[in-house]
Design a protein around this ligand. Structure first.
Ligand SMILES: Cc1cc2nc3c(=O)[nH]c(=O)nc-3n(C[C@H](O)[C@H](O)[C@H](O)COP(=O)(O)O)c2cc1C
Length: 382
């Protein structure tokens, strides 16, 4: 059998501290430290803990050339080789377990840079509920947090004496002031409120739609949008979860930026749409009643086609999402609606619901908007 290692693999050393009563009674340090090695691979959904033999085996197999299995069995034991094939860290040329080889090929074809690929893959959530996150839920208010940690770094920083400052004139009023000042993160949506079709149409087209399509090389078109995009590639696709958009049945849709149309993916009963909305935003009840939600999902390869194995490519795509969400906020404000964006999302569940393959299509954030309920149950900064 011919085998090789997967393309993107990092070994992480992790220390595990344990309270050791026996050592304490012997009069020594009460904490015992154990070091373990964990493998993080971009085509896997979970990390893999390694034994010393498995670590040595993986260190000796390259990612490019296919090599015979037999000498590895002899040097490291057939058990270690089998375990690594099952885990997907070693890949069989043919006849291996699972679909690891195909998934690894997809990573190779995407031209991912290793560290961002792993940072993205291993910061994804499934089934997370922010309300039950013990790191956050022990604090009810910011005051509790300040009490526990002390105040955060100050809200501004001065880099010179006040006397040396160059005072600037007061800004003149301008046409963007209305939406800029009207924008705020809404956390109290009217559970019966709907977004008029005309508003949804303008929001989607002016945020995610193509304002122009231009052929820039043979068979290669560039889209012009209202937000900038790294390399002008606009890799972020918009997937709509419509709960209450007038004239649009509840369900999942893909927004086509040139056709300016919603492509139906799955119709949903209103209760199911609400349950998906809540799961998408990781249990943040204050966003789940927004009648219109939009998942920002990049096609990695669209950007990595130009920025192959590039140190800044992933960062540029995250920034694209930031620009789009601000444009979305401003258009919502223009329509008199509060909006939100959140990165605290269950990417794995969103991908499954929308039928996206996470190696090819990512999920970065979810934004949404809708009429305000008129109550202030959850804090907002208006
Ligand atoms: C990248 C990003 C992630 C955010 N994630 C959350 C979130 O998970 N939950 C939330 O309630 N608000 C979230 N917000 C909204 C911020 O909390 C909000 O912008 C901030 O409190 C300032 O309020 P304002 O938008 O009304 O000015 C996020 C904003 C950004 C830009």
């Amino acid at each position: 059998m011919l085998i090789r290692r997967c393309a993107i693999l990092v070994f992480e050393a992790r220390e595990h501290l344990e309270f050791d009563l026996a050592t304490l009674f012997a009069g020594d340090q009460a904490l015992a430290a154990a070091c373990r090695w964990v493998a993080l691979a971009a085509h896997l959904d979970a990390e893999v803990e390694l034994s010393d033999a498995e670590l040595a085996l993986l260190r000796s197999v390259g990612e490019s050339l296919w090599v015979e299995r037999a000498p590895l069995d002899q040097a490291y034991g057939a058990e270690a080789v089998d375990a690594m094939l099952r885990a997907g860290l070693l890949l069989a040329f043919e006849g291996g377990p699972g679909d690891w080889r195909a998934r690894d090929e997809a990573v190779r074809e995407s031209h991912w840079r290793p560290l961002p690929a792993l940072a993205h893959a291993f910061s994804r959530w499934s089934g997370q509920d922010v309300a039950s996150d013990p790191r956050l839920s022990r604090f009810k208010t910011i005051r509790d947090m300040v009490q526990a940690f002390g105040p955060p770094p100050p809200e501004t920083v001065a880099r010179g004496p006040a006397a040396a400052r160059v005072a600037l004139p007061a800004p003149a009023a301008g046409p963007l002031d209305g939406p800029l000042f009207g924008r705020y993160t809404g956390r109290n949506y009217d559970p019966a409120g709907a977004v008029p079709l005309a508003t949804a149409s303008r929001l989607l087209q002016r945020t995610f739609g193509a304002q122009q399509v231009r052929e820039i090389a043979e068979g290669t078109a560039a889209l012009k949008k209202t937000s900038p995009s790294g390399g002008s590639l606009h890799p972020i696709e918009a997937y709509v979860l419509a709960q209450r958009v007038e004239g649009v049945a509840p369900g999942f849709y893909h927004y086509h930026p040139v056709a300016h149309a919603l492509e139906p993916l799955q119709a949903l009963e209103p209760a199911a749409a609400r349950a998906h909305a809540l799961a998408f935003v990781a249990g943040q009840e204050w966003f789940a009643d927004a009648p219109l939600l939009v998942v920002m999902a990049p096609r990695w390869r669209r950007n990595f086609w130009k920025y192959r194995n590039h140190a800044k490519a992933h960062r540029a795509i995250l920034m694209d999402a930031g620009h789009l969400s601000q444009t979305f906020y401003l258009l919502a404000a223009e329509a008199g609606l509060p909006a939100f964006v959140t990165a605290a999302v269950n990417e794995i569940d969103i991908s499954a619901a929308l039928g996206l393959d996470p190696v090819r299509d990512g999920v970065i954030a979810v934004c949404g908007c809708g009429p305000d309920s008129g109550e202030q149950v959850t804090v907002e900064y208006r």
